[in-house]
Design a protein. Structure first.
Length: 579
């Protein structure tokens, strides 16, 4: 379908703007690996301090890039499947809020006034511009839901009584409603704790409350990233794998989304198993719910694998009776038509398989004590948000730019190889970080000037090899990104070869049961909110026993102790000798 000028500009802007920032985000990821391996042995590099770079890496990659591209994808899905117009005023307001918010937060981060990491809970404090910027980004991202998507969804349902809303719309809509619900706790901590402290209106905070509210948002957040990827896996992948493939079961897909509605929220305490303020049994309850939220992903693994098997076997009768040989017919590397996109989804799925296993390890209450705050955790999330999610978003960004602008994909060979380099790099990275983590290698630490520095009394030689391997892996990942970027910018800057249009390859369902209960969202969301609130009441009671919002001083670079560069053993010795 043809997309009206200004809406097209907004959708393209929501893709191109965060991708320009992503270049910085990826660069700071590489820097992290170099610092941690001791290849950069300093507190800062090119004027950017270690934690400043880590904050930029996390915020740009995991928050800005994902949020904006997910909104772009949502806009495209609603437009294409419901065939109802989006309003330019709504879209521009949303886009400008996201851009201005991002620029405000970026200023605070680049100026070194917001070294608070992407999990910005207290007691770390940022400049008010960081919080106001983040708020604008998040509010901007929900504007289309309220003013375009929801009205269009309701009127489509009125015009099509008894019909199922298209699966892609269902996935995007469910995801964005979840997004609105999960924002509530983080808004409370930002408005009532972080901003007053940052503006100097109060001098005390309650970090346990802030952490609890943050993680009540922070875990559902990972499903806000994941569900658009699942939407693509259910609708686009089965179709393009052969050109005429089918989704194995429409109801199984919808049921998976419903399970996410129920179980994504009452689980945030699994990030706080070591939180002393919360009673153990409350954490155990949320640990059990965490196993519950893995179920829709297992269901997805089954449905996607079944769809691939059905589609391949229907196209190639010679592998019809094979158990595994049909795997060889999947177009992992193909330049034909839209099949190049298959490589993004397959590489992402292979990474997510590992991400799922490591997630279950994290979730196991007692085993978590071994891996918590070690490099095992970044190992896990680079195969989830840094794996399937990022690859799906990179793939769909390139796809949408080429379709909307009427351009051929340039350097298609590089575009197809990019996800496999990314996959290979991430797999090595995950191995190095996970195994090192099991040996206690900490996360979020500039290890090059401490544990990996032979001159330091903290030196731990057994971690060196893993850190160096992860730096090697980071180069492969960056190479993958460069391949993708060459194709993306090559396509963007090439002349149009046809009129731009919006289209999504969409698989029909092989099994398409009616299952009306899966189409009514209100009861599921009502149960979900009740579960969320009930599961959090005891934990919130625990963390507010000593005072609701305030009970200890905020942390700054002067309090509790001034930050200084740690001395190496040699420096310590020579200082002692001088004395
Ligand atoms: Fe997680 C920490 C538990 C999923 C992201 N997670 C994190 C953090 C991030 C993150 C960013 O319980 C770090 C936060 C921080 O900075 O502190 N996570 C889980 C569990 C799951 C899970 C149980 N995480 C995700 C997803 C993420 C994500 C998805 C981003 C998108 N995670 C944790 C826990 C922690 C944690 C603890 C805290 C750790 C700590 O101590 O700090 C589950 O949802 C995972 C379920 C997934 C599966 C896999 C299904 C497999 C599929 C692929 C199949 C392959 C096919 C290919 C079909 C069960 C779908 C077939 C091929 C053919 C050829 C046929």
């Amino acid at each position: 379908m043809k997309v009206e000028g200004s809406i097209k500009t907004v959708i393209l802007g929501e893709i191109i703007f965060p991708i320009l920032l992503l270049i910085f985000g990826i660069y700071h990821g590489l820097m992290q690996a170099l610092y941690r391996a001791g290849i950069i042995k300093d507190m800062s590099f090119l004027g950017i301090e270690y934690y400043q770079g880590l904050t930029l890496h996390g915020v740009i990659n995991a928050v800005v890039f994902t949020t904006m591209v997910i909104v772009a994808f949502g806009n495209a899905v609603f437009l294409y499947y419901l065939k109802k117009p989006l309003r330019p005023a709504v879209q521009w307001a949303s886009f400008l809020m996201m851009v201005i918010g991002t620029l405000m937060a970026a200023w605070a981060m680049f100026a070194g006034k917001a070294n608070v990491l992407y999990t910005f809970y207290l007691p770390l404090i940022a400049h008010p511009a960081f919080y106001i910027g983040a708020a604008l980004l998040l509010v901007g991202s929900i504007v289309p839901l309220f003013f375009d998507w929801a009205p269009n969804y309701i009127s489509w349902r009125r015009e099509h009584p008894g019909e199922k809303v298209p699966l892609a719309v269902f996935g995007v809509f469910v995801n964005h409603i979840m997004w609105v619900i999960m924002l509530v706790p983080v808004v409370i901590t930002v408005v009532f704790q972080m901003l007053p402290l940052s503006l100097g209106l109060v001098s005390e905070v309650n970090p346990s409350l802030s952490r609890t509210l943050f993680w009540a948002f922070g875990h559902p957040l990972v499903y806000f990233w994941l569900l658009p990827a699942y939407t693509m896996l259910y609708t686009v992948l089965p179709k393009i794998v052969t050109g005429e493939g089918k989704l194995y079961s429409d109801s199984a897909a919808r049921f998976a989304f419903i399970l996410f509605i129920l179980f994504s929220f009452p689980v945030g305490l699994h990030h706080q198993f070591t939180e002393p303020a919360v009673t153990n049994s409350y954490k155990l309850v949320q640990a059990l719910f965490t196993f519950g939220v893995a179920v829709p992903s297992m269901l997805t693994a089954f449905t996607v694998a079944a769809s691939l098997e059905y589609s391949i076997k229907s196209k190639y009768p010679e592998v019809k009776n094979s158990l595994f040989y049909w795997w060889t017919k999947i177009p992992y590397i193909s330049l034909e038509g839209d099949k190049w996109l298959v490589s993004y989804f397959m590489a992402g799925l292979f990474l997510f398989f590992v991400g799922g296993i490591t997630g279950i390890v994290n979730a196991s209450y007692n085993v978590n004590l071994v891996v918590h705050n070690t490099s095992f955790v970044p190992g896990h999330f680079h195969t989830t948000v840094g794996g399937l999610v990022t690859l799906s978003l990179l793939g769909i960004s390139l796809y949408l730019v080429s379709k909307l602008m009427g351009k051929e994909i340039r350097f298609k060979g590089l575009a197809v190889l990019a996800p496999w380099l990314w996959w290979q790099g991430m797999l090595i990275f995950e191995y190095a970080m996970s195994v090192a983590g099991l040996h206690g290698f900490p996360r979020r630490t500039n290890t090059g000037i401490s544990y990996l520095n032979p001159d330091s009394p903290l030196y731990r030689p057994e971690w060196v090899g893993y850190a160096e391997l992860s730096a090697f892996a980071a180069f492969i990942i960056v190479l993958g990104f460069i391949f993708w970027a060459i194709s993306f910018f090559g396509t963007l800057l090439s002349p149009s070869v046809r009129e731009g249009s919006l289209e999504f390859p969409t698989a029909e369902a092989l099994h398409d049961e009616k299952a009306p209960a899966l189409n009514r969202l209100t009861p599921w969301f009502a149960i979900s909110v009740a579960l969320f609130v009930l599961s959090y009441i005891p934990a919130l009671y625990d963390v507010t026993k000593r005072g609701v919002f305030f009970d200890s001083p905020g942390y700054t670079d002067k309090n509790p102790v001034p930050i200084t560069k740690p001395q190496s053993a040699k420096e310590e010795k020579s200082t002692a000798e001088v004395k």
